[in-house]
Design a protein around this ligand. Structure first.
Ligand SMILES: [Zn+2]
Length: 57
């Protein structure tokens, strides 16, 4: 029998680099999960639907 405990890859919170929690992985906490989600959304919304063109005519 090979019931040796497999070492889990140490996930780190992409926000604060702390060890990820089981409940909120890959984040360390709900706060960091929300922070990442907010950042992701803001990035996706950062792209303007109509790029402002330089109209210096
Ligand atoms: Zn974190």
């Amino acid at each position: 029998m090979s019931d040796a405990p497999r070492p889990r890859p140490a996930l780190r919170c992409p926000i604060c680099r702390r060890p990820a929690a089981e409940a909120t992985r890959p984040f360390c906490s709900e706060r960091c999960a929300q922070a990442d989600l907010g950042r992701w959304l803001s990035e996706s919304y950062a792209i303007p639907a109509s790029a402002p063109e330089e109209t210096e005519d």
